[in-house]
Ligand binder design. Structure first.
Ligand SMILES: Nc1nc2c(c(=O)[nH]1)N[C@H]1C(S)=C(S)[C@@H](COP(=O)(O)OP(=O)(O)OC[C@H]3O[C@@H](n4cnc5c(=O)[nH]c(N)nc54)[C@H](O)[C@@H]3O)O[C@H]1N2
Ligand SMILES: Nc1nc2c(c(=O)[nH]1)N[C@H]1C(S)=C(S)[C@@H](COP(=O)(O)OP(=O)(O)OC[C@H]3O[C@@H](n4cnc5c(=O)[nH]c(N)nc54)[C@H](O)[C@@H]3O)O[C@H]1N2
Ligand code: SF4
Ligand SMILES: [Mo]
Length: 698
């Protein structure tokens, strides 16, 4: 045992818990992880964080570049050979089909430095417009909604500590008791002070069980419910006229839009009883400090943006946004889900949350990168649209994936598997093999969290320092080094040659200066000295911005916008052939596509497989027994799950987690219908039929 420990942050979710990593015994490092007193998690971790050290010395780690050889198998290759081969193949595709035929798929798991450099790599080295990332599957609807309503998207416009000071919190479609367990201490503090927690979720989740009021709505009806609440607020005179007049614009159109959303009609659509709709809005309006926080439930829908706008409309009408411990926020998901959506790996975006379609934003990025502005590509296709066209005329022929297991995480995964197989060149950078690397032509083994340093931006907009604790195993390279190696071979080495992450961060600071997410006053030293710095932070002597919107919104006139939105059905509603609603989400023990957590022994032991959560009434009608095998079919695919009979879910809905691949992948069933604005897929609602599987209860 040694006593050397490093204060760093968890590799998983956006809560970015502070943790102390110790040396342990290298293979069983988990013994070496303890929580830190960092002001966000204050001494708590969840089971994934406690066990994260298992990944560091894991025997299934990728330690050599792999190239698919003539035999069709992935074979070990030297770095030189693998990088040469990959650069040649990408250049050849670009030459034959145009630079847009090569795509890049990034990730909210990447540090700010990596996300920034990947965006630059796509535009400057590959010269392709086609870069997008898995945040499109995650935060895109909340981001688009907040940008429209407030002129700025920062998941939480206040520190998490404000949750503890709120009188009323409405958690809308977030199961954070399982997806961000240490955040619950702030809700506990809130309730201990006499505050009320309301949860809107089709399931009575671990989170809903801690609430004073549970709105168990039908999946896909969030917008109707929020509009119904606003209708009641107007009818009962609960809206804040002064606030609406002085701080917002556009209320009248929204007032008219919700006229027909009376609670009787909304009860019929949502299944939430009228009196609960009224009670919820009276609670929210009745106290000064009330907030609405959304999770993926309402956002991962083909009307995700409009649902978020229904939330911002409601909280603006009640006069809450910008008031102390009040307003609207979204609980960002991935470790760097926030920073990952600010620095240019999104198809329409340049660093500093700049827009790739805007002339002055383009000029700013081009000058930092030292390229003629006319050479910067324009906006590219969104994540699912990129993958959906792989190997098809006009679509991608080559794809570089950095930090996502797209074969498992994408909707209609059966189709995406076929499209991946149609590529001329699929290259993946990862520390571990997964369902996507299995299909790749080139796999490049990379360093992971505690083996490298970098910054992430947590769900509060607080920029953090992930510190390095140990040396990476021999044979692996950091993502930054890999990009540099490829750039050199593509003829632009000097623009990608950096000493390390700190030097990349210095360029990111400059590239973000004057942008909406301005990091120019942030340095590693300040982060270390101040427990993180909240953006925007335009100068070194600027204190950072923990709270937004107290005086003005980010639109040019300083006012927030009301945007009229109306309920519409999901892209696929249940019918005679597919009569049951299928929705998806997460388990406490597993993380996203499961590529990391399905190899962590203690997590697998407590959650070995995906289960279908089904109400006993529905199960009885179909003839599915508890722990029996249930066949779930949608128009896109079928999966057999073991069933968990559970009265905590609505009888019209079944639920499964998406953490497994292969034949257990929930995404074989899901609907790739996209939101027209955010291009978010409809992960949370599709139609299925459920029957006892052949072979019954074995
Ligand atoms: N343990 C664990 N923690 C994680 C992750 C993980 O994979 N595992 N992933 C991280 C990431 S990337 C993210 S994005 C976050 C996600 O965190 P959450 O948003 O909490 O995650 P989900 O489980 O996807 O969805 C939340 C809830 O939405 C509900 N829901 C389903 N359909 C609807 C609907 O139509 N309306 C409403 N209102 N609710 C609905 C589900 O029942 C579910 O309880 O978690 C982060 N933390
Ligand atoms: N049905 C359904 N599908 C969903 C969702 C849902 O709720 N329901 N949620 C969606 C959401 S919110 C998300 S965020 C996605 C997430 O799903 P994915 O995009 O697949 O993300 P992960 O599983 O977190 O990570 C994928 C890979 O990134 C690697 N990785 C981690 N850090 C790094 C790094 O720094 N560099 C490199 N090169 N690799 C790294 C990991 O080892 C892992 O193999 O899934 C989406 N899919
Ligand atoms: S809550 Fe999130 S950041 Fe904290 S330990 Fe768990 S996975 Fe890691
Ligand atoms: Mo996510």
């Amino acid at each position: 045992m040694t006593t050397r420990t490093t204060a760093t942050h968890c590799p998983f979710c956006a809560f970015q818990c502070g943790m102390l990593v110790g040396d342990g015994d290298r293979v069983g490092v988990p013994a070496g992880i303890v929580p830190d007193g960092f002001p966000v998690n204050r001494g708590q971790l969840c089971t994934k964080g406690f066990n994260a050290g298992v990944l560091l010395g894991h025997r299934s780690r990728l330690l050599h570049p792999l190239v698919r050889g003539r035999s069709g198998e992935l074979e070990e290759a030297s770095w030189e050979a693998a990088l040469d081969e990959l650069a040649e193949r990408l250049a050849a595709i670009g030459a034959a089909h145009g630079p847009g035929a090569v795509g890049v798929f990034g990730s909210g798991a990447l540090t700010n430095e990596k996300a920034y450099l990947l965006g630059k790599f796509a535009r400057v080295a590959l010269k392709t417009p086609n870069i997008d990332y898995n945040g499109r599957y995650c935060m895109a609807s909340a981001a688009a909604g907040a940008n429209r309503a407030f002129g700025l998207d920062r998941g939480l416009p206040f520190p998490v500590a404000d949750i503890g000071d709120a009188d009323v919190v409405l958690l809308w479609g977030s199961n954070c008791a399982e997806t961000m367990p240490p955040i619950m201490q702030w809700f506990d503090a809130q309730q201990a002070r006499g505050g009320t927690l309301i949860v809107a979720d089709p399931r009575r989740t671990a989170t809903a069980r801690r609430a004073g009021l549970h709105l168990q709505l039908r999946p896909g009806t969030d917008l109707a419910l929020a509009n119904g609440m606003l209708h009641c607020a107007i009818a009962e005179g609960l809206v804040d006229r002064d606030y609406i007049g002085s701080r917002t614009s556009g209320f009248d159109a929204v007032r008219r839009a919700v006229l027909s959303d009376d609670p009787t009609r909304v009860e019929r659509i949502t299944g939430v009883p009228e009196d609960l709709i009224r009670r919820a809005v009276r609670l929210l309006a009745g106290k000064p400090a009330s907030m609405l926080l959304s999770g993926r439930g309402p956002e991962q829908q083909s009307k995700g943006v409009d649902s978020v706008l229904a939330f911002t409309n409601l909280m603006l009408a009640l006069g809450k946004v910008g008031r102390p411990a009040a307003g609207y926020g979204c609980l960002t998901g991935q470790g760097n889900g926030q920073g990952g959506r600010e620095h240019g790996q999104k198809a329409d975006q340049l660093p500093g949350y700049r827009s790739i379609g805007d002339a002055s934003d383009r000029a700013a990025a081009a000058s930092v990168w030292g390229v003629p502005v006319g050479e910067l590509p324009g906006p590219g296709r969104s994540a699912y649209e990129l993958l959906d066209t792989m190997g098809l005329p006009g679509g991608l022929r080559g794809l570089l994936v950095v930090g996502s297991n797209v074969a498992v995480a994408s909707p209609s995964a059966g189709r995406i598997g076929e499209r991946l197989d149609a590529l001329d060149c699929l290259a993946v950078l990862d520390a571990f093999p997964n369902e996507t690397t299995e299909r790749a032509h080139v796999v490049l083994p990379t360093t992971q969290w505690a083996e490298e340093e970098g910054t992430t931006t947590n769900l509060e907009g607080r920029v953090l320092h992930r510190r390095r604790h140990l040396d990476p195993p021999e044979g692996v390279r950091s993502d930054l080094e890999v990009l540099a190696g490829l750039a050199e071979r593509l003829g632009c080495g000097p623009k990608f040659s950096f000493e390390g992450p700190r030097e990349v961060f210095e360029e990111l600071r400059r590239a973000s200066r004057g942008g909406r997410a301005d990091y120019s006053g942030i340095s590693y030293e300040r982060i270390d000295a101040e427990d993180g710095v909240f953006w925007p932070c335009p100068e070194e002597d600027h204190p950072g911005t923990p709270r937004l919107f107290a005086e003005r919104f980010a639109h040019p006139d300083g006012r927030a916008r009301f945007v009229p939105v109306r309920h519409r059905p999901a892209a696929e509603e249940p019918d005679g052939d597919y009569p049951v609603i299928f929705t998806t989400g997460r388990y406490r023990e597993h993380y996203n596509s499961g590529a990391q957590t399905r190899r962590i022994g203690p997590l697998v032991a407590s959650r070995p497989d995906p289960r279908l959560q089904i109400h006993p009434l529905l199960a009885a009608r179909i003839g599915v027994a508890d722990d029996g095998r249930a066949l779930v079919e949608s128009r896109r695919g079928s999966v057999v799950f073991r069933a968990d009979l559970d009265p905590d879910i609505r009888p019209d809905t079944v639920f499964a987690p998406f953490h497994w691949g292969g034949r257990s992948a929930a995404n074989l069933l899901t609907n790739p219908a996209l939101d027209p604005v955010s291009r978010m897929p409809e992960f949370k609602v599709c139609a299925v039929r459920v029957s006892p599987a052949e072979g019954g209860d074995r």
